[in-house]
Design a protein around this ligand. Structure first.
Ligand code: PLP
Length: 399
């Protein structure tokens, strides 16, 4: 016998991956230069030169065991301390290594958070749709139920009336993701303050903390001077899942962390142990050692992403589409544009686009029909080539 649930997760199609594979298949037939593939969020900006220099230097100068050997389960102390100090400088906090648990990217960070906070099969979490579809798997693996409430469209903030009615005595946490995949939106400070107020009230009503799990792989990918509020400053029972996949363009290196802030209602040490226990149970101990060394150096040097290529792409795409009459969520962060389907039917529109070798993801994948996600982490030529096709699509959608 096998676990039917795991079989389902392993076999359930990922629409995004399928679209990506379809794009590759079409590239083989019509030539890669003729396919405009906006399916995957794979950073197009190279990892900063500093990262590659650090890798070379570490390999050339450090002992093999220090580079490739096991670190402590929670991660190397030097790496964790460097991350804590970087956060302290940026957000005025007083963290130390004891607040940081190293993991393999945001996927593992969020899975550890769900698992750490799941008491039994009655435990529930709430996600704000549109949301990253893997949350269904990350929470499901812990045995918890994930409820979905809709965002306040077109601003893509939180619909507090829906959220309030979704919270009950079994609610263990709310997962938020700002800057957001897929909408590109950023939660405003007043939204976070209102969320913190509601959760404080509900935690008191139900006699246990309702956590915020803040999924932040896009924290630094924000434009036009927008500030991304640092959630633990607004709400003490916050776990942050962070990843260097997007900010330092290292998605294949699988490195990130969970931040367990001080002053949590359940006791920071207890929550940290629960996260560490979840990590241990999932085999998520001793995150990749070489990458921990690299991140230690990057954190000490405050290495930031080069956003210029994304800013240029965003401008080209947004201006081009706006001139054709397309509507979209104001993309303040990430490298995603969430476009309103001009015919009101996102699945049909995605099919129409596919027929023109423009690969875009229907909003149904993110529990938000009527919209389409475009990952604009592509080269400029892809956008230039796609714009006339979007013009044709607009005409077709209006027929
Ligand atoms: N959370 C969100 C919102 C994402 O978009 C992604 C990846 O695209 C992840 C988590 C997983 O990130 P990682 O590759 O660091 O595991």
């Amino acid at each position: 016998m096998i676990s039917e649930k795991m079989k389902f997760y392993g076999n359930a199609p990922s629409v995004i991956r399928e679209l990506f594979e379809y794009g590759k298949m079409r590239a083989g037939i019509v030539g890669a230069q003729n396919v405009c593939d906006y399916s995957l969020g794979n950073p197009s900006v190279p990892a900063p030169a500093f990262v590659n220099e650090a890798i070379r230097d570490i390999i050339n100068t450090m002992h093999s065991k220090a580079v490739h050997g096991y670190t402590s389960g929670a991660g190397d102390n030097g790496c964790r301390q460097a991350i804590a100090e970087d956060l302290n400088q940026r957000f005025g906090t007083c963290y130390s290594k004891d607040n940081i648990y190293m993991v393999n990217g945001a996927a593992t960070a969020i899975t550890c958070c769900f698992k750490a906070l799941t008491i039994d099969e009655t435990s529930e979490f709430i996600a704000i749709a549109p949301y990253f579809p893997e949350y269904d798997v990350f929470s499901g693996i812990s045995g918890a139920k994930l409820r979905s409430v809709s965002a306040d469209i077109p601003d893509f903030q939180i619909r507090f009336d829906e959220l309030e009615s979704a919270i009950n005595g079994n609610t263990q946490g709310i997962i938020i993701n700002s800057p957001n995949n897929p909408s590109g939106g950023v939660l405003w400070e007043e939204t976070i303050e209102r969320l913190a107020g509601l959760l404080t009230e509900k935690s008191a009503e139900y006699g246990h903390p309702i956590y915020i799990i803040s999924d932040e792989p896009y924290r630094e990918l924000v434009y036009d001077g927008y500030e991304v509020p640092f959630i633990p400053k607004y709400y003490k029972d916050t776990l942050v899942g962070y990843s260097y996949s997007k900010s330092l363009s290292l998605p294949g290196e699988r490195i990130g962390y969970v931040l367990v802030p001080d002053g949590m209602t359940d006791g920071t040490d207890n929550v940290f142990f629960a996260v560490a226990g979840a990590g241990r149970a999932l085999g998520a101990v001793c995150a990749p050692s070489l990458m921990q060394r690299v991140i230690e150096r990057c954190a000490q040097q405050h290495v930031m992403p080069d956003l210029e290529p994304y800013i240029e792409n965003r401008k080209l795409l947004c201006e081009g589409l706006k001139a054709m009459g397309y509507e979209y969520c104001d993309p303040r962060g990430t490298f995603y544009l969430f476009l309103k389907a001009p015919n009101g039917d996102s699945e049909k529109f995605a099919e129409m686009a596919k027929a023109r070798d423009v690969i875009i993801v229907p909003g149904e994948v993110f529990h938000c029909p009527g919209y389409l996600r475009l990952s604009y982490c592509v080269d400029r030529e892809t956008i230039e080539k796609s714009l006339p096709r979007f013009a044709e699509l607009m005409k077709e959608a209006k027929q």
